[in-house]
Design a protein around this ligand. Structure first.
Ligand code: AGP
Length: 608
């Protein structure tokens, strides 16, 4: 997500911090800022590129040999000067940079405001600087320890304070943080590239660990204060590898970021007791959610495939008819829009020209538009009536992976919220699905552990000219995404087919050795899916079955299996797509393709 750099030593901190932030530019950001201590803490920050910050610094440099820096990827609050980090408390004594999401920030903010603290940004992060000021007990480290007891969510923090100059205090929970060890100087970074120019000796902090840096020492402890003896990790990667977090490509890194993206997208959107979805973003549009007689979901590519999954969830949970349209078609087909129509547009980038045009057309015809997007302040976000952000973090690889699964989570939340508003399901049924959503991060991690097996299968099929993905119902929606992913990055032709439709023509293409990936996670149509698998198998297909853990019948009906953990059938796509992403990735690698930049494609398609 955002980027953190910190420096303490004898060089001018400003130069080290700016260089460090530049090394994190590949991650994407919308604003940047620094805080440097020199008798007092001074901050310079601005919306926009690092160059803009540099222009500011050339006019008013920050002198001093200790400081923290940040590049922000907006989550709470638009990209703006005020929302940029570092955040100061009211007295200007504490400066904080934060990566992650503070889930209970509204609660803390209200408490602090009641005590008279004034906030100058819309961010969740600013609560930390005021909280530190409020809790300060004469000991900076102990105060930080008290503060982290109060915050919930994900955080990597770097903090400096006028009360204890000569120290940078850092903490990590569910958001990465590394400490770079130098001679007479020490560093902190959210990623290794930020500090690699200066040192290859790093400590990698684990959850609930903190590090206190001075010029000459690094002390690592738990947030409870117990000292941690940690081995220095010697980084042998070069800069390019470091940007990818040690992975060979951004795509595989982003596939591995999905558990974190699930957690962030769910963060603060579920009630404390886990029984209700809380979507403040939809409060204004609540009446329409209750009254709507039709929902259109409009998007392109992978986002369109997320829309197809959402149709199943929305219709089943909220009992409202949903039509899903490819954005480039929608505006030209004269759709029937009334004052009881809700249009949901989905776009990772928020800049896709076709999706934007569909949004504008819908608004022109009087529809209320809800956007699901990953980019705060994007065109889609600005022009829609309501926005739900997917907190997947910047996606660098052209092929969308973590953005897709985060879109699914945002859409499940929307469907559940709509079900609550329309009172179509009992609280127990909703709580059951919420519990399923909360298990997704761990379940996704378990699937990622099977990557070796999927790699072996991908290498086997990588020389085949064509492949089929088959499934029924919501499994078919996942097949469409798996097929797009494979085509996009491996350049192997593939087709996604509703398994029951094969016999109406496509079955003619099945012959000895044709690879077929069959998804069978849906209990209601399970037996029928198995029959369709047998149809292709008897015609010679080599079948990889993707099913639910413990499914012995599937195992007997196919040649190879990959299992995903058991979840509610509606949520299965968020898991069953992961083996397909891995399959596409390893097939692309086996064919020697440019995985992150597939031929003829762009990350953001801003032309119609
Ligand atoms: C996904 O792997 C593709 N690169 C592409 O289909 C993409 O999803 C599509 O262009 C829509 O982009 P958006 O979500 O940014 O609007």
């Amino acid at each position: 997500m955002c980027g953190i750099v910190g420096y303490i030593g004898d060089k001018q901190a400003q130069d080290v911090l700016i260089n460090g932030l530049k090394k994190l530019e590949y991650r994407g950001y919308d604003s940047a800022g620094l805080a440097v201590y020199n008798g007092s803490v001074k901050v310079n920050k601005a919306k926009g590129r690092i160059d803009q910050l540099e222009t500011l610094l050339s006019e008013s440099p920050l002198e001093g040999t200790m400081g923290i820096g940040h590049t922000r990827w907006a989550t709470h609050g638009q990209p703006s000067d005020e929302n940029s980090h570092p955040h100061l408390d009211q007295s200007g004594k504490f400066a904080v940079v934060h990566n992650g999401i503070i889930e209970n920030y509204l609660e803390i903010k209200e408490e602090l405001m009641a005590k008279g603290y004034q906030f100058s940004s819309e961010t969740d992060s600013e609560v930390i600087s005021h909280l530190l000021a409020d809790l300060y007990n004469g000991n900076l480290v102990a105060t930080v320890q008290e503060a982290v007891k109060k915050i919930k969510g994900a955080y990597a923090l770097a903090i400096i304070s006028e009360y204890d100059p000569g120290k940078i205090v850092t903490v990590r929970f569910d958001s990465p943080l590394v400490i770079g060890v130098g001679e007479g100087e020490n560093f902190v970074g959210s990623d290794i590239p930020a500090i690699l120019e200066h040192t290859r000796n790093v400590y990698i902090l684990e959850n609930n660990e903190m590090a206190v840096l001075t010029r000459d020492s690094v002390e690592i402890m738990t947030v409870d204060g117990s000292i941690v003896a940690k081995d220095v990790f010697r980084v042998e990667w070069d800069m390019v590898q470091a940007e990818k977090g040690g992975y060979e490509h951004f795509l595989i890194k982003e596939i591995h970021e999905q558990p974190r993206a699930f957690r962030d997208t769910l963060a603060s959107r579920i009630s404390e007791d886990g029984r209700r979805v809380v979507l403040k973003e939809l409060e204004q549009g609540r009446d329409l959610l209750k009254e709507a007689d039709k929902i259109f979901i409009v998007a392109c590519g992978t986002s369109y495939h997320a829309g197809i999954v959402a149709k199943y969830a929305m219709e089943q949970l909220a009992r409202v008819p949903v039509e899903v349209d490819v954005a480039s078609e929608f505006r030209y087909r004269n759709p029937i829009i009334t004052d009881r129509t809700l249009v949901i547009v989905i776009s990772q980038s928020g800049e896709t020209a076709d999706t934007l045009a569909a949004l504008r057309e819908s608004k022109k015809q009087g529809a209320r538009v809800l956007a699901i997007t990953n980019v705060v302040g994007s065109s889609v976000a600005r022009e829609a009536d309501d926005v739900i952000y997917t907190w997947a973090g910047p996606e660098v690889s052209v092929a969308s992976t973590k953005a897709y699964t985060s879109q699914l989570v945002a859409l499940y939340l929307t469907a559940l919220y709509t079900a609550q508003v329309r009172e179509t399901h009992s609280e127990d049924e909703i709580a059951d699905l919420i519990s399923g959503l909360q298990q997704l991060p761990e379940q996704a991690e378990a699937i990622l552990e099977q990557k070796g097996q999927i790699k072996a299968y991908a290498e086997k099929i990588s020389s085949h000219p064509s492949l089929f993905f088959i499934g029924r119902g919501i499994d078919y929606a996942v097949c469409m995404e798996g097929s797009l992913k494979l085509k996009e990055i491996s350049y192997i032709h593939s087709e996604a087919y509703p398994a029951g439709e094969l016999k109406h023509g496509t079955l003619a293409l099945i012959e000895e050795g044709v690879p077929v990936v069959a998804i069978a996670t849906q209990p209601e149509i399970y037996e029928k899916t198995i029959s369709n698998i047998v149809e292709v198998k008897t015609r010679g297909a080599h079948v990889l079955g993707v099913g639910t853990e413990g499914d012995r019948e599937l195992e007997k009906s196919v040649d190879e299996t990959v299992f995903v953990p058991k979840t509610h059938p509606l949520l299965a796509p968020a898991l069953s797509v992961i083996p397909l992403q891995l399959l596409a990735y390893y097939a692309s690698v086996a064919r020697g393709n440019d995985v992150d930049k597939p031929r003829n494609l762009a990350k953001s398609v801003t032309v119609e």
